[in-house]
Design a protein around this ligand. Structure first.
Ligand SMILES: CC(=O)SCCNC(=O)CCNC(=O)[C@H](O)C(C)(C)COP(=O)(O)OP(=O)(O)OC[C@H]1O[C@@H](n2cnc3c(N)ncnc32)[C@H](O)[C@@H]1OP(=O)(O)O
Ligand SMILES: O=CC(=O)O
Ligand SMILES: [Mg+2]
Length: 535
């Protein structure tokens, strides 16, 4: 389809896609890409340059050039926007039709409508997700499950969660939309299409176009988002400051720039979130080649009470509340079950413990991955907040966190066992097969797995091979060992799934897994080579 000069849509145009990919909406995407595309690329190059410094033995620290921003006690972020004042429970999930209705009806205050960790960026998922959001706001969304015959419809407006959209991170492109011959930034596509179609729909309902911003590595990336917001608002003649954005602090470099990130976005800021899974991934990634002192225990052994994780979350709450911003907690990965009472009981207990710690630490609300977890999270935060909408007044001036505390990876209790290595292989394979099939979130062994958790699994395997880590049982992790265990785990999956084993998908998953664990070069993101395999 040739829409406007220099803009080409190469993805298939299925039913109703023309309602989203209008010339005017594509025009906004092109304007954003032309204005900000080069800056985005420079910032990605800056990430690579920082990695080179770290790999050469460098470290991370609070920035001397922004000390003035941190020392200036006068500034605050904007007051919370309508629909974002009370955020005690936020549900996250993909934007397919059924999940959209279920999430909005879940009783959570906020729904993080995910085009990122919980989503496979299949062309159909991206465009149909936008249609579903628009239909939800128009209240024309409904769904009948062809298998169960169950019908889905929205509750009354006042009972629905506030929508907060999470676009793809700065590293991703949308290969089906070309501007001047180049794929457009995935972030700009997801941001721009939702903004174009839904900003006014939201303001007419008394809310606004709200976003969660993922995987940023520093305040200059936040400045880029702020400039994107201003141009988009000016273009549609929507007042500056209508957009609100909560930034995920989910990379280790960003933990050193929390205050600066809030400052850059201060007129659009809705606070920070502690994205624990990508944070762990980032810690592994950034220090992957720095020897065993930076090697974490196996994934399932790392908890939020590890000293470096505690330092990060405590600093996040203190930073947010000092600036009048919300601090939002992260995702406990335990998924409840409606079929297995014991699994359900354990999940509810674990999630309750996690939310209790967060609420007592001063977070204003937190995330859940499943509607059955909404009541637990609400109950825990009700206990701390009572009638207050948040606890931004809890300043946590007692918190003192140094650069050394944030980097204190070595003090993390836990081991690396053969079972841990096998689990990383098994989970990564199952997740990749699911991802390549079009679903970005799945429950595996009663835990939620998404792009962030899969990144941890594959990065640990790469790091353990690179550093010749010895398992508790004594064996050194080598490419040969991983290759052998990979064959064994795959055979188990094949036996377990029987007729449901999707051979071509698992073949692709194995090839991808080998590419991102056994290659000498580390892939910065699993989703980049995975996206290349996608139509
Ligand atoms: C690291 C991070 O970024 S965390 C944030 C990103 N990750 C996520 O958002 C994961 C969100 N969660 C999910 O996608 C799902 O809960 C899964 C895939 C983990 C499990 O889903 P299922 O296997 O469908 O669970 P289950 O069968 O128990 O679901 C029961 C019902 O709850 C619904 N449901 C489950 N999770 C959600 C959700 N997050 N949002 C809306 N509805 C949901 C299901 O659609 C199903 O509805 P139905 O009874 O009407 O058919
Ligand atoms: O996006 C959240 C995370 O934990 O990663
Ligand atoms: Mg994440």
């Amino acid at each position: 389809m040739a829409a406007l000069e220099g803009i080409e849509v190469t993805g298939p145009l299925r039913e109703r896609y023309d309602e989203i990919l209008t010339p005017e909406a594509l025009g906004l995407l092109a304007a954003l890409q032309r204005e900000f595309g080069a800056r985005r690329e420079e910032l990605l190059e800056a990430r690579a340059a920082r990695q080179e410094r770290l790999s050469a033995g460098g470290t991370l620290d609070f920035l001397p050039e922004t000390a003035g921003i941190r020392a200036d006690d006068a500034w605050r972020v904007a007051e919370p926007a309508p629909g974002l004042v009370d955020r005690r429970v936020e549900i996250t999930g993909p934007t397919d039709r059924k999940m959209t209705i279920n999430a909005l009806n879940s009783g959570a205050k906020v729904w993080l409508a995910d085009f990122e960790d919980a989503n496979t960026p299949l062309w159909e998922n991206m465009i149909e997700g936008q249609l579903n959001l628009r239909d939800a706001l128009d209240r024309t969304i409904d769904f009948t499950d062809p298998r169960s015959g169950k019908s889905y419809a929205l509750k009354d407006d006042g009972e629905l969660a506030t929508i907060v959209v999470r676009p793809r991170g700065w590293h991703m492109v949308e290969k089906h939309i070309l501007v001047d011959g180049k794929p457009v930034s995935g972030s700009l596509v997801d941001f721009g299409l939702y903004f174009f179609h839904c900003a006014r729909r939201q303001t007419e309902k008394g809310k606004g176009p709200y976003y969660y911003l993922p995987k940023m590595e520093g305040h200059l990336e936040a400045r880029l988002w702020n400039d994107v917001f201003n141009l988009a608002q000016d273009t549609l003649e929507i007042p500056r400051g209508t957009i609100r954005a909560t930034v995920l602090i989910e990379t280790i470099p960003a933990a050193f720039e929390m205050e600066e990130i809030l400052y850059e976005l201060r007129d659009h800021s809705a606070g920070l979130n502690a994205g624990r899974w990508d944070y762990l991934f980032s810690v592994i990634k950034k220090f992957r080649d720095r020897g065993t002192g930076f090697v974490l225990p196996e994934r399932n052994a790392i908890t939020m009470t590890a000293p470096f994780m505690r330092a990060y979350t405590e600093l996040l709450v203190r930073t947010c509340h000092k600036r009048g911003a919300h601090a939002i907690g992260g995702m406990a990965a335990f998924i409840p079950s409606r079929r297995d009472e014991e699994v359900n009981k354990i999940a509810l207990e674990k999630v309750r413990a996690d939310k209790t710690r967060e609420s007592e630490d001063g977070f204003d609300g937190s995330w859940v991955a499943h509607p059955d977890l909404v009541p637990v999270c609400r109950e825990v935060f009700d206990g701390v907040l009572g009638d207050r909408p948040n606890q931004r007044d809890r300043l946590r001036e007692d918190v003192r966190v140094s650069a050394g505390d944030l980097l204190n990876v070595a003090a993390t209790p836990g081991e690396i066992t053969e079972a841990g290595l096998r689990n990383n292989i098994d989970v990564a394979l199952r997740y990749l097969a699911t991802w390549l099939d079009g679903a970005g979130a799945v429950a595996i062994h009663n835990l939620m797995e998404d792009a962030a958790t899969a990144e941890i699994s594959r990065s640990q395997v790469w790091q353990w091979i690179y550093n010749g880590v010895a398992l508790k049982e004594g064996q050194k992790v080598t490419k040969d060992l991983v290759g052998r265990l990979l064959d064994e785990e795959l055979a188990k999956i094949r036996a377990e799934l029987g007729d449901a084993y999707n051979e071509p998908r698992y073949d692709q998953a194995v090839a991808l897994f080998k590419e991102v664990t056994l290659a000498d070069e580390y892939s910065e993101f699993l989703t980049t080579p995975a996206y290349e395999r996608m139509p």
